[in-house]
Design a protein around this ligand. Structure first.
Ligand code: SAM
Length: 322
């Protein structure tokens, strides 16, 4: 309202659409890098590690669902903020039957759809479709997703939002919209899983640095909000990660998230930091971790060796503790 504008003359707030356009443009413009170029990136091990965490998390919940379902039951998934489809193979390996993919970045979504088509072509002749899928570009913080589904009455078993949920904490309205999207089509025994930056850890590092801007030669965070008392919504910072991300993000105040989720019928089952999730998942995920070469971290790469032996896992602690 006008009176709001008068009370905040010094802060020029971008409109919601301006900010989300910025995010979409940023992700659209990240070119599809070849495997070779990607593996030269200084953050390759961290990316692989994050990817391993996602694999373990997705498998954990698909397995829970399969254990409680009858054999041959449908397994329908929403990949909210799917990006270029980095998790498509995980869905294929997990044996799901239907996937809904959506992202605000239309170019990324097109790449995701064409990856899916390629995956399908590999299977089509011999086994039929790998799984059915639908794709649409939209802002999950502003649009009711269910209205875009081919069948709006469809029940989902798993909603996954990986490394993206924090974008909705720009305002309470956006957070509620995203949470409702995650919750409203879930079957009664379905799950919503997400990975987000740890707001407490970010604030700890900010306090330690004693500066609005901090980081190292791989990442940088610059706060664009009150750091003494960050707001519950709109606690904005610019996050730069070498060659991958250069985008405004928002802190997620976890107790507020839990409260909002409750309003939409979701109950907190588990909240785990990456360090603890790593420890918990290691016994089952050692083989995959090795294959993904997920542990050596920059700058601890000077004597880089392939991961595989137990003592190599010490490097993970270095990354997680950084
Ligand atoms: N989930 C994918 C993955 O794990 O590989 C992509 C993660 S990427 C770090 C974040 C994604 O969130 C981007 O593709 C971006 O376009 C998407 N995104 C950000 N804000 C969004 C919004 N409001 N609605 C839908 N997608 C959004």
């Amino acid at each position: 309202s006008d009176s709001d504008a008068e009370s905040e003359p010094a802060v020029k707030r971008p409109k919601v659409e301006d900010h989300t356009k910025l995010v979409a443009t940023h992700y659209n413009e990240i070119e599809e890098k070849g495997l070779a170029e990607r593996s030269q990136s200084r953050i390759v091990f961290m990316r692989n590690f994050n990817n391993w965490i996602k694999s373990m998390l997705i498998n954990e919940y698909l397995n829970k669902l399969k254990a409680s379902q009858k054999l041959g039951s449908p397994l329908r998934v929403l990949d909210m903020c799917c990006g270029k489809g980095g998790d498509l193979l995980k869905w294929e390996k997990g044996g799901i039957t239907h996937l809904i993919c959506t992202d605000i970045a239309d170019v990324s979504l097109e790449q995701c759809e064409s990856r899916y088509k390629k995956l399908n072509n590999r299977f089509d002749n011999r086994f039929g479709k790998v799984f059915t899928a639908e794709f649409f570009a939209c802002d999950s913080t502003l649009v009711r997703l269910r209205e875009r589904y081919k069948d709006p009455s469809m029940e989902l078993h798993l909603v996954s939002c990986q490394f993206a949920f924090h974008y909705c904490f720009e305002s309470m309205g956006q957070a509620e919209c995203m949470i409702r999207n995650a919750a409203e089509c879930l079957a009664p025994d379905g799950y919503f899983i997400a990975t987000i930056p740890d707001a407490n850890e970010i604030m700890r590092r900010q306090r330690q640095a004693g500066n609005r801007s901090f980081g190292n030669d791989v990442y940088n965070i610059e706060f664009i909000c009150d750091t003494e008392k960050p707001p519950l919504f709109g606690a904005k910072y610019k996050f730069k990660l070498e060659g991958v991300v250069d985008c405004p993000e928002f802190l997620v105040h976890f107790p507020t998230l839990v409260k909002l989720c409750k309003k939409y019928g979701l109950k907190l089952e588990s909240k785990v930091g990456f360090a603890d999730y790593f420890q918990k998942s290691l016994p089952d995920g050692k083989g995959l971790l090795s294959r993904m070469q997920a542990l050596e971290t920059y700058p601890a790469q000077k004597n880089a060796k392939l991961v595989g032996k137990d003592e190599d896992y010490a490097h993970a602690q270095e990354y997680l503790g950084q």
